[in-house]
Design a protein. Structure first.
Length: 256
């Protein structure tokens, strides 16, 4: 689950499936039932609990959901951000009526005299048997990690979904005048293995102009997902962002 799943993102995502950080579901398998509001509250409480007991009692392995991997990712995120806090809220229903869930995690840490602030979110469809959460299908996932005395105002402009083979923009934009400031940045794809392990790819930095990082990329020819890592270095701080993009073969799947 946005653990970022938990950490690159935010936390439930936790199977070895392609980056959906950390979980993509099985869309062909119907939901067992709608997750009741009380279960969402229990999920939020379990993610924020000091131990794994409540989370282990709530989760059961199923499509797109590996409880053991999720617990490992949650622990890794907690080790990086001791004050990590998860929020779980109902989202906007899909066109077919299935309810969605918005999961967000935020936290901070001090490293080398600088304060880093994490804000990550996921939108997903959860499955439930009434007692346990038994599966998940990840719809979108992103994260922002910023350093500096103030949060540099940036916006990530990357689509949630694209068609196979489509060219699309991956932009990380500074929302204030640079006033002559020198800015550097870079972009790299995150492999499925790096997503599961919550590892970052090597990023080559180059001088940027025009107020941010602007890149055009191409989706693979097969359905699945792509995850991008972006880095922007500004005199007022560093911004690291990740974004997962669903790759679909059918236009109707662009907006589920």
């Amino acid at each position: 689950m946005c653990s970022s799943d938990l950490s690159h993102g935010a936390g439930l995502r936790a199977s070895g499936a392609p980056p959906a950080t950390t979980a993509s579901g099985n869309a062909s398998r119907p939901l067992a039932s709608t997750v009741p509001a009380a279960q969402l509250q229990a999920l939020e409480a379990a993610l924020n609990a000091p131990g794994d007991g409540p989370l282990s009692a709530l989760l059961q392995a199923g499509p797109g959901l590996d409880p053991a991997q999720l617990r490992q990712r949650r622990l890794a995120l907690r080790q990086q951000f001791a004050d990590a806090r998860w929020t779980v809220l109902p989202g906007t229903p899909l066109r077919d009526g299935r309810p969605t869930v918005n999961l967000r995690v935020s936290g901070s840490r001090v490293l080398g005299g600088s304060t880093f602030r994490l804000d990550a979110q996921q939108t997903m469809v959860l499955q439930s048997d009434g007692r346990h959460i038994t599966g998940q299908s990840l719809l979108s996932e992103s994260s922002l990690l910023r350093s500096g005395e103030r949060a540099l105002p940036v916006v990530v402009q990357v689509p949630d979904a694209v068609l196979t083979g489509q060219r699309y923009d991956v932009d990380l934009i500074v929302e204030e005048p640079l006033n002559g400031a020198l800015v550097a940045g870079g972009l790299a794809a995150v492999t499925p293995q790096q997503v599961v392990a919550m590892e970052s790819p090597q990023l080559e930095l180059g001088a940027l102009g025009g107020g941010g990082l602007f890149k055009m990329v191409r989706a693979p020819q097969s359905p699945g997902s792509q995850t991008w890592a972006m880095l922007l270095v500004h005199p007022d701080g560093v911004v690291a962002a990740t974004k997962r993009v669903r790759v679909v073969a059918d236009r109707r799947s662009l907006d589920p």
